[in-house]
Write a protein that binds this ligand. Structure first.
Ligand SMILES: *[C@@H]1O[C@H](CO)[C@@H](O)[C@H](O)[C@H]1NC(C)=O
Ligand SMILES: *[C@@H]1O[C@H](CO)[C@@H](O)[C@H](O)[C@H]1NC(C)=O
Length: 195
């Protein structure tokens, strides 16, 4: 069999991108927050050493869970703020200059913390941002793995994993702009995943 120029070009593309997932950065009024394992989670949260995890609300906390229970999020207001349905993402910084409090990030029935936003990180990946700090995932009661905030200058807690939360464009749902009462939903930068 003889390859044509066109079929050779296709083979070239296939070998350059062997993975099934392709990504482009786009924008969307609704999004999910995703954590992809980087393999450095310590023992209490070593479940995070494989797979892909999504932020959802559980008993008022922001937790990492499966794709099936991912929370549909949106950004609103001039703060801006981020919410799921009528509950705002609430971040309470704390601890000392070098050690974070480990307090859970919450989804509570209020306007949420401002400004919480999606920013492009230094690699151009849209990620959850608050006040120049970082996020960690820690083991809670039972099996839950909850998120907490690490201020600039603070270290990650030894029992927790550093996590970066990527904004993924949602393909379903429209958000609930009137529930937040803070105005219209704003588009966020997000990664489009296709399998
Ligand atoms: C940006 O975020 C992605 C996804 O979390 C991560 O792989 C990458 O290392 C980040 N880039 C920088 C410079 O932090
Ligand atoms: C939430 O935001 C609305 C609109 O800006 C404001 O009227 C209300 O007082 C806020 N609620 C709280 C608890 O801050």
């Amino acid at each position: 069999m003889q390859f044509t120029t066109a079929s050779l070009a296709l083979l070239g593309l296939a070998s350059a991108a062997p993975t099934l997932k392709t990504r482009t950065t786009s924008t969307s009024p609704t999004f999910n927050l995703m954590y992809q394992s980087v393999g450095n989670a310590p023992e209490p949260v070593d479940a995070l050493n494989k797979g892909t995890w999504y932020v959802s609300a559980s008993n008022g906390k922001a937790v990492l869970s499966s794709y099936a229970s991912r929370g549909l999020l949106y950004k609103y207001g001039t703060g801006p703020r981020i919410a799921q349905a009528s509950v705002g993402l609430t971040i309470t910084p704390g601890g000392t200059a070098t050690v974070p409090s480990g307090k859970p990030i919450e989804f509570v029935n209020n306007n949420g913390t401002a400004p919480v936003d999606i920013h492009l990180n230094a690699s151009g990946v849209p990620t959850l941002w608050y006040d120049g700090g970082h996020f960690q995932a820690c083991k809670g009661d039972g099996e839950e793995i909850y998120l907490s905030y690490v201020q600039p200058g603070q270290r990650f807690l030894a029992a927790c994993a550093a996590v970066e939360l990527q904004s993924v464009c949602s393909t379903s749902g429209t958000g609930e702009p009137m529930k937040g009462q803070l105005g219209a939903i704003q588009d966020v930068a997000c990664v489009e995943l296709s399998i």
